[in-house]
Design a binder for this molecule. Structure first.
Ligand code: F6R
Length: 615
């Protein structure tokens, strides 16, 4: 949700700013811009509407003459103000301050009215411009740039990740974070800032992760950090284990495609050192996991989007296998109602990024409601707001996910939740050694099973053509497959812009069946489980209303025998844990191929951004 990059070096910074923006484009791509301090400490800025490519073309058209040793850049996901040049960052105040911002200043109207009376004029409709003016105003009474930022920031309510430069202080960048991620890259020939380490891997592997409220003064050879209260603090430098190539496309056409095919390895990595030959290691959830889990009496899962769908699958597992009550809710609702949180609740947040604003706020809300709860976050991001706020941390080890539509994050979250289910079941003594071994065997088979499911791509590609002229689709499943149907519908919506809904197959006759006609493709998931016969009856009901049906089945489900349905066998004889993970694969492939046919931007679908760090 907006990407920031900046740096102060002894070389020209423009190339790095552009390279960084390309790596951050997953965070937003409505417009982008950069600014440097050129030779005589004059701001030189370029901004373009649309993708970073447009900014690159803009710079080329200016013979790449924008050059300087210090600069900041931004790729935007619009919140306040449409994606226009004027609203694109960086913003400037009085030719003295320029900044890029990720987050929302909630009291910007009040600040703007006050600044208008002080003679400031506004070039944009954004909430961000007030920050630039507030810093410029503070500079009149402060002797350093950092003290001006510290003073100005006191007047903001909302969230911010900020990169700030000033023509009056040409040797430094000020970075500040509250509610939006920001890292400092520690280099040899300079120091840098970015919303995400990926933007800086070509210049450094050493990072300082700013904490909530931190403000840093970054010079070419010195980094000074203050906490929210203005105390000088020492934050550790950590070495990233990300490799630059991990974020390249390689031989794939799209990141989403690459990430779908990376799932076998991502799952191997998630399982590594978390299981033995026949058991799950509870300690994988942290040193205190055993003690915490033995105390808990119920589980509350909070997440958004795809991560929420993973939570829905886990509810079935936790209640069915680990015999522990479980509620699942979307974070944006949970944070604003007044939920009852009992003592001995394990409060789980699920999030690829670890930075989703609603999820972070829901966790904070929960802690306020009942400080006796224990918290666990399952995330793909080791250094994130959620990891900092949680008692237990479980990293999914999916590797960088760049495609905006989540794929490998979802399946690795499911694997993590399966490990949790097994751990809770063990501690509560509701699963025995044999059941544990079966779960572990199933998890170990997953990479191979996914590879087999991926072999159906050619057939799925042919089916995708049917969606070219369709406006809606319905996904059906029962039990955990309802959650998988929801994930399938979400994927199709996101990247092909076809309206899609998911229903528990048994619920259809209570209303949605009215939608069925020949123009409404219905996609059903038919594992060979205890609900199969019920599902088959539901499918008959749909078929007799003239729908075009596509069924992904377990070979032993024998849906093939029903007429007028396109049935694709995906697998055979899967268990309660492996089945939902494997049936996810054909749905990912289907939405990917429909998107290709519809010629949408698969990795950067319209209106979306990967990490939703604003409300
Ligand atoms: C869908 C998708 C989003 C995210 C949601 C939560 O493909 O990617 O729905 O799942 O924005 O993001 P995280 O998991 O980072 O909290």
């Amino acid at each position: 949700m907006c990407g920031i990059v900046g740096g102060v070096t002894n070389k020209d910074i423009t190339t790095l700013l552009l390279e960084g923006l390309n790596h951050l484009e997953y965070r937003g791509y409505d417009s982008s811009g950069l600014i440097v301090l050129s030779k005589n400490n004059i701001f030189d800025r370029a901004r373009s509407v649309g993708k970073v490519k447009n900014l690159e073309d803009n710079l080329k058209a200016r013979d790449n003459k924008i050059k300087g040793n210090i600069g900041i850049a931004h790729t935007r996901w619009a919140t306040h103000g449409e994606p226009t040049i004027n609203n694109a960052h960086p913003h400037i105040s009085m030719n003295s301050v320029s900044l890029v911002h990720n987050g929302i200043i909630e009291n910007y109207v009040e600040l703007k009215n006050d600044q208008l009376t002080k003679g400031y004029t506004f070039a944009s409709e954004t909430d961000t411009e007030v920050i630039a003016h507030a810093i410029d105003f503070a500079m009149k009474s402060c002797s350093t740039l950092i003290s001006s930022v510290q003073l100005a920031i006191k007047s903001f309510s909302g969230s911010y990740g900020l990169g700030i430069i000033s023509s009056k202080y040409p040797d430094q960048i000020i970075a500040a974070r509250k509610g939006s991620p920001l890292v400092i890259g520690v280099g040899v020939n300079g120091n840098y800032i970015a919303s995400d380490q990926m933007a800086l891997l070509s210049v450094t592997k050493e990072f300082i992760f700013l904490e909530e409220g931190d403000i840093a003064e970054i010079k070419i050879d010195k980094i000074t950090i203050y906490d929210l209260d203005g105390n000088l603090v020492d934050r550790p430098i950590k070495t990233s284990n990300l490799k630059p190539g991990q974020t390249d496309l390689g031989n794939y056409d799209h990141f989403m495609q690459k990430e779908i095919f990376e799932q076998p390895q991502a799952i191997r990595d998630t399982l590594e050192s978390r299981i033995t030959n026949d058991s799950v290691l509870i300690s994988a959830f942290g040193d205190k996991a055993e003690e915490i889990v033995s105390r808990i009496k119920q589980v509350q899962i909070i997440a958004c989007g795809t991560s929420y769908n993973a939570g829905l699958v886990a509810k079935y597992w936790l209640e069915d296998i680990a015999k522990i009550p479980c509620n699942v809710e979307v974070a944006s609702e949970y944070r604003y109602r007044h939920p009852i949180l009992l003592n001995n609740t394990l409060f789980i947040t699920l999030s690829q990024s670890g930075e989703t604003a609603d999820t972070v706020e829901a966790l904070k809300t929960a802690k306020k409601i009942n400080n006796n709860i224990s918290t666990l976050c399952i995330t793909n991001s080791a250094e994130s707001s959620l990891t900092r706020l949680s008692d237990l941390i479980f990293l999914t080890h999916a590797g960088p996910e760049i495609g905006v539509a989540s794929t490998k994050s979802f399946t690795t979250q499911l694997v993590s939740l399966a490990l949790l289910t097994c751990s809770i079941g063990k501690i509560k003594q509701v699963i025995n050694k044999k059941q544990e071994r079966e779960i572990v065997d199933g998890l170990k088979r997953l990479p191979g099973l996914i590879n087999e499911a991926l072999l159906q791509e050619t057939q799925i590609k042919k089916l995708a053509i049917r969606f070219k002229t369709k406006n809606s689709a319905l996904f059906l499943g029962r039990g955990t497959m309802h959650a998988i149907a929801m994930e399938g519908a979400l994927k199709l919506k996101e990247i092909s812009y076809i309206h899609a809904e998911a229903y528990p197959a048994g619920e259809l006759k209570h209303g949605p069946i009215a939608l069925i006609d020949k123009d409404m493709p219905v996609i059903a998931i038919a594992p060979n489980d205890e609900l199969l016969e019920k599902l088959k009856s539901n499918l008959q009901e749909v078929k007799s209303r003239g729908s075009q049906m596509i069924v992904f089945e377990d070979e032993n489900s024998k849906v093939q025998e029903l007429e007028a349905m396109e049935v694709i066998p995906i697998t055979s004889n899967l268990g309660r844990i492996t089945a939902p993970i494997i049936f996810t694969i054909p749905l990912q492939l289907l939405s990917y191929h429909v998107a290709l046919i519809k010629e949408t931007d698969v990795d950067k679908p319209r209106n979306l951004a990967k990490s939703v760090t604003v409300e």
